[in-house]
Design a protein around this ligand. Structure first.
Ligand code: BES
Ligand code: ZN
Length: 871
């Protein structure tokens, strides 16, 4: 097999030998935390060789041999290269070209690092600690479980056998073919042979499980869909189980290829590093991303489950059937799955405002990161696969998905999907690159898609459109946008293809797609308000002149249908970001907010709340601004919180539930007196009388906890800590952790820090605590000190995690400011090995600089605005 690599720096295996089929037998020992492995690999020797090199990591190789016909060649030496994670078998004589069988016996560790074949523990109903075994192989951890060619382009088929105690269940990518029993206590489960696939998608799980089941009804070959859980939890799998066949049917239709495996298992794993993993036919999840209880869960977890399930199911085609050629194209997997997952959720739940939510979440997250110099292009060279966890970020996911949305809207979603069908057909069971996707889309649309897209994926950064107007003539000019507002000429050379989205559409722009292909453009608009970037389809910021904003603002107040949800939310996102970066005065943002006094929607309020909260929080040390901002917000939310109340009528729609919790949270953070009093009243009943649990509806519980902690002390803290420790469900624990971080007293904050690294919090959950602490002005600096003082512990704990170490650095600092702090952070890491989290560190420092400059620049202006408006 030839490698298309073209990049000599890639850390890859020699291509003289390639595998076609693995027969793998794994015997785990769930008590000793080890496993025995035995693998027979059908290989092809392309050039005579004395050595075979294969990936392994933390495996003890006991024996390796090659059989060619009836001739056996035992390896005379076996050497391990720790840095490259390879084992090299050397043979006495040259192995001839042709087919051969490579057999390896080895031992492995059932580790607790959430990587490779690992163990996850939990308490059963009798409070006994139990262990299950499960795999997590992406990106390069399959080599911890079996010797293999652990590269996405080296595809093979797999026959997997698991030897397990008779009372346990075992699952893998494929259904069970047969079960054999040799010993009385042990059975061997033989799984059917997989299609040709990449190693990172192989999976299995062993443990005591139960499941709920559903089946597709619209596919020619029905697919059995099961949701597996630990004993006692299967009912919480109902929601995921119900939507899975519908999503599989939807994707089978829009992708023009039916889901190719006979079954689709999904399993909730108590210890799981990320959100979920798309192993073909056996998707693994952290519990809160798969399980949901209609009666006891916060409704936002329902949305999270739907979008995670849809994202992972999308990968069954985009990623599993057609796989990226190498990790440079990770975004192709992740950006696309994020976009099409959203498409599926919107299809299933049109009443959730999924796309406007995407505009306020993903689009903003992608743009925000890409406004920093420490960002990176979507397509980024990955030489060593260990660099991957650094691109497991908002660029690959959110910017990736956002530019796909921009492109699909530009081409129309129908044409785009037709191109996708073409791409999938052409590359199925093989690998592809970003260019292959552009080719398929270009063939379909007869437009050079690469020309449109290359600057979006190969160049760092996103544009800002500077708008000016003169007597009905509008001029726009594009530049690179930086949050530091200090773009140098040599950094400002990119001309992006930008769909302008002027609305109402001006006659003076002939191109129906309104594509700006030059630095600037002038056009005429009719009288009255107009918008750019309609529906926030494009990935850029728009800087309107005050005269244009005034007209748009009037349209907002009047409830004009010129602006849709995404437009109203997008305007808030743009102007608040431009205020932060100094492209406009922050008072202009506050002026804008006043136009939203009649706003009634969750999506827009959610963003208003975040952006006003950001000012309040980052300027927290300036008492006058902090107080004034709180007053301003109290005033804004007062009518809405009164109207919404604290009760949840039976059958209420999802968005109203979300709106209520957003408004109460905003009111609580702003110090709204009536809201605080009601939170305290309800909380007191909640803790004193277990029969009255419903006084704090699950969707409001976190908010209420947060409010009573922000305005309370030790008693509230103890009660919520107790709730956290006794809450039976992982989602209840998560929301308690997020809330506990809002405690105000330094000694209790220190207790939260200790809790975060204690046995009471699973290592996978630390980021919830950190996320909460970062939004608490009283806690964030102490939290940075905590991270600093416990650095070696955190580093050891999270060194193989995909993102948690970076989160430890970044989270405490996101809302901090101060020149001294920047210096301290840089100095602290100066003598540390930062390669595993360098990007997160750079982004944290750059973000700190942005905040610091903002506070210095705007203190005065904010005080003046607040005074002038009597706050
Ligand atoms: N394939 C990823 C997980 C992954 C990415 C593992 C890169 C190793 C390297 C999976 O599909 C994923 O994207 N999971 C997300 C959740 C999703 C809903 C965005 C996660 O884990 O955060
Ligand atoms: Zn993914």
């Amino acid at each position: 097999m030839c490698k298309k690599s073209g990049n000599p720096n890639r850390v890859v295996l020699p291509t003289n030998v390639t595998p076609s089929h693995y027969t793998l037998t794994i015997t785990p020992d769930l008590e000793k935390y080890t496993f025995l492995g035995f693998v027979e690999i059908d290989i092809k020797i392309h050039e005579t060789t004395k050595t075979i090199q294969i990936n392994t990591k933390e495996l003890t190789i006991k024996f390796g041999r090659v059989e060619i016909g009836d001739k056996r060649h035992e390896a005379v030496s076996t050497t391990f290269d720790e840095a490259r994670e390879t084992t090299t078998f050397t043979f006495e004589s040259e192995l001839p070209k042709g087919d051969a069988l490579l057999t390896i016996y080895y031992d492995g560790i059932l580790n607790d690092k959430m990587a490779g074949f690992y163990r996850s523990s939990y308490k059963d109903a009798m409070d006994n600690t139990k262990v299950m075994g499960v795999t997590q192989f992406e990106a390069t951890e399959a080599r911890r479980a079996f010797p293999c060619w652990d590269e996405p382009a080296v595809k093979a088929t797999f026959s997997i056998k698991l030897v397990v105690p008779v009372e346990l269940e075992a699952l893998s990518n494929m259904p069970v073919d047969m079960i054999t029993q040799v010993e009385p206590e042990e059975k061997t489960i033989h799984f059917a042979k997989t299609p040709i696939m990449s190693t990172y998608l192989v999976a299995w799980a062993v443990g005591d499980f139960e499941y709920v089941e559903s089946t597709t009804t619209k596919l020619k070959d029905p697919v059995v869909c099961r949701v597996y859980t630990l004993p006692g939890l299967k009912e919480q799998g109902r929601f995921a189980c119900e939507i899975t066949p519908k999503i599989l049917e939807y994707f089978s239709e829009i992708f023009g290829t039916a889901y190719p495996l006979p079954k689709m298992d999904q399993i909730a794993v108590p210890d799981f590093d990320m959100g979920a993993m798309e192993n073909w036919g056996l998707i693994t999840y952290r519990t809160v991303a798969l399980l949901f209880d209609e009666k006891t869960s916060d409704v936002r977890f329902k949305e999270q489950v739907a979008s995670t399930v849809a994202h992972e199911l999308a990968h069954q085609w985009f990623g599993n059937l057609v796989t990226m050629e190498w990790w440079d194209h990770l975004w192709l997997n992740e950006g696309f799955a994020t976009w099409v997952g959203t498409l599926a959720v919107d299809h299933l739940f049109p009443e959730w405002d999924t796309w406007p939510t995407f505009v306020v979440d993903d689009v903003q997250r992608g743009i925000a990161l890409d406004s920093l110099r420490s960002s990176h292009p979507i397509e980024v060279p990955v030489n060593d696969p260990h660099e991957i966890h650094q691109i497991f970020d908002a660029i690959s996911y959110s910017k990736g998905a956002s530019v796909i949305r921009m492109l699909s809207n530009w081409l129309t979603v129908d044409v785009f999907l037709a191109g996708i069908r073409r791409y999938l057909k052409k590359h199925e069971y093989k690998n592809a690159t970003t260019d292959d996707l552009w080719s398929a889309l270009s063939e379909e649309s007869k437009i050079d898609v690469g020309e449109f897209m290359n600057n979006w994926t190969r160049v760092i950064g996103i544009p800002i459109l500077e708008v000016s107007e003169n007597d009905g003539v509008v001029s726009v000019e594009q530049h690179r946008y930086l949050s530091t507002n200090d773009c140098k000429t040599e950094e400002d050379e990119t001309i992006w293809w930008i769909p302008l989205g002027v609305h109402p559409k001006p006659d003076s722009i002939a191109d129906p797609n309104q594509t700006l292909k030059t630095r600037s453009l002038t056009f005429e608009v009719p009288q009255g308000p107009y918008l750019l970037n309609k529906d926030y389809s494009g990935v850029f910021r728009t800087n309107y002149p005050p005269s244009a904003i005034a007209r748009i603002g009037k349209a907002i107040v009047e409830g004009s249908d010129l602006l849709g949800l995404s437009d109203r939310a997008g305007l808030v996102a743009d102007i608040s970001s431009l205020a932060k970066s100094g492209h406009t005065a922050t008072s202009n943002f506050l002026d804008l907010v006043q136009y939203y006094k009649n706003e009634q929607t969750y999506v827009v309020w959610q963003l208003l709340s975040i952006r006003m909260g950001e000012i309040t929080s980052i300027f927290a040390d300036i008492e006058r601004v902090h107080q004034g901002m709180q007053q301003f917000q109290c005033n804004l939310v007062d009518a809405m919180v009164q109207k919404l109340g604290w009760e949840f009528p039976e059958g209420e729609d999802y968005l109203t539930i979300r709106l209520r919790s957003t408004m109460l949270k905003t009111a609580g953070r702003a110090g709204h007196k009536a809201t605080i009093a009601e939170a305290r009243r309800r909380f007191a009943i909640f803790v004193s009388d277990p029969t009255q649990e419903s006084i704090l509806h699950p969707s409001i519980r976190q908010t209420a906890f947060e409010i009573v902690l922000t305005h309370g002390g030790e008693d509230e803290f103890r009660s919520i800590l107790k709730y956290f420790k006794t809450a039976p469900k992982q989602d209840q624990q998560v929301l308690s952790l997020l809330a506990l971080a809002f405690v105000q007293q330094p000694e209790l904050i220190a207790e939260v820090h200790q809790l975060a690294i204690s046995d009471a919090v699973r290592p996978q959950d630390i980021h919830y605590v950190l996320a909460g602490l970062s939004a608490n002005p009283k806690a964030r600096l102490l939290t940075w000190h905590f991270v600093r003082d416990n650095w070696s512990l955190l580093e050891e704990r999270y060194k193989s995690s995909m993102g948690l170490l970076g989160a430890c650095v970044k989270y405490p600092l996101v809302q901090c400011a101060g020149v001294e702090l920047v210096k301290e952070v840089s100095e602290f890491f100066a003598d540390k090995d930062t390669k595993n989290f360098q990007r997160a560190l750079d982004q944290a420092i750059e973000g700190l600089n942005v905040n610091t400059a903002w506070v210095a620049r705007e203190e005065q202006g904010l005080v003046e605005w607040l005074s002038a408006h009597q706050y």
